[in-house]
Design a binder for this molecule. Structure first.
Ligand code: CP
Length: 360
């Protein structure tokens, strides 16, 4: 057999109508027995959920410090199986979900591309996901198409074997579990200064196509008196859908291309990479925009408590000399992804009370 067959495009009655609904109208569809079942977009998370999940993550982190604690965690979900379907490249999201599963005792299967599955024979992505659901209890997906996780959850929830879908990144639109780990990192960084409420957060770089800053912006509606500073070249400004969301929820925001002027004002600086992989015309873009880089010399002008974050991978946005400064949080941030994703899986399978019981 030579080459691959063009992938089948199936028509699902009702999908376009569902996809175009407001987020608020969709939320119930991704719940089961009144509780979140699929994790598709950041608008699903409210403040009680965020606080609760951070508490579970703290406890998992503490338990994982001892062999006995690790054994207790491993005995929570040994009867469950997860599928990691990552057809867009990933290092952190894949590994942190995989290790979150190991921590809780789940067995894991993986597909890291379409070239070795029956998608080569033309099977549709929806049928592929439905096939995974025949074998496993949880599907975690990363896909280059916006709306992919949402569509597969919508399809599965109408079958007799729905399994939870966790969106590990869907094109340039959403990365909701990254937003969870970002909030967890911000809350931990500010735990001695009142938490995230009232803080000023700068987001820097490719805001137009950066799904992490989009999902994190949505979550700011859950925190009191947070202001956002969007700093980017003009061609990478934050899109109108997010700006309209901020206006609707009275979240103050400022837009500028003068990074240095904002640095001393803010409590956190969230750096991002230029997402050239989504470019329609890569030749019209530079690989690097030095005025939007965080350099060693900037450490002297930011506040003593300012947290420097990055979802990673980085290119040139943060000089490696910055890594040694205690305010550089990005390596802690990626490890936090494992704890918060373990907390999320424990929540989805409703075993968090067994974790709380270890501390009562
Ligand atoms: N932050 C993030 O999503 O990293 P990966 O692309 O390596 O998963």
């Amino acid at each position: 057999m030579n080459g691959s067959v063009e992938q089948t495009r199936q028509t699902y009655q009702g999908w376009d109508e569902f996809y175009n609904k407001d987020f608020d109208e969709k939320l119930d569809f991704f719940k089961f027995n009144g509780r979140m079942f699929d994790v598709i977009f950041a608008q699903q998370f409210d403040r009680p959920f965020m606080d609760y999940l951070c508490k579970i993550a703290d406890m998992i982190r503490l338990l994982a410090q001892t062999k006995m604690g690790q054994e207790k965690l491993r005995h929570l979900l040994p009867h469950k199986r997860a599928m990691l379907y990552f057809v867009q490249p990933s290092t952190r999201t894949f590994l942190s979900f995989q290790n979150a599963c190991y921590i809780l005792g789940l067995s894991v299967s993986e597909s890291r591309g379409t070239s070795t599955s029956s998608e080569v024979k033309g099977e549709s992505s929806e049928d592929t996901i439905r096939t995974f659901a025949s074998y496993v209890d949880l599907i975690i997906s990363r896909h280059p198409e916006a709306g992919f996780a949402e569509k597969t959850a919508w399809v599965l929830n109408q079958t007799d074997r729905p399994v939870p879908i966790l969106n590990g990144g869907s094109g340039p639109d959403q990365h909701p579990t990254q937003a969870l780990l970002d909030i967890y990192t911000l809350e931990r960084s500010f735990e001695h200064i009142g938490g995230l409420d009232g803080k000023k957060i700068a987001m820097v770089g490719d805001l137009k196509r950066g799904r992490t800053v989009r999902s994190l912006s949505y979550l700011m509606k859950n925190y009191k008196d947070v202001s956002l500073y969007y700093i980017s070249p003009d061609i990478f400004k934050m899109k109108d859908d997010i700006i309209n969301f901020l206006k609707k929820h009275d979240i103050p925001y400022f837009e500028t291309d003068d990074f240095e002027s904002v640095m001393p004002l803010v409590d956190a600086i969230y750096m991002t990479r230029i997402q050239k992989e989504y470019s329609d015309d890569p030749s019209g873009e530079s690989d690097t925009y030095p005025e939007f880089h965080f350099k060693k010399e900037h450490l002297s002008i930011i506040q003593p408590h300012c947290t420097i974050m990055h979802p990673l991978p980085r290119r040139y946005e943060i000089e490696v000399e910055v890594d040694k400064d205690p305010r550089a949080a990005y390596w802690r941030q990626e490890r936090n992804g494992m704890w918060i994703r373990a907390a999320l899986i424990a929540y989805i399978f409703r075993v968090e009370s067994e974790i709380f019981a270890e501390f009562s």
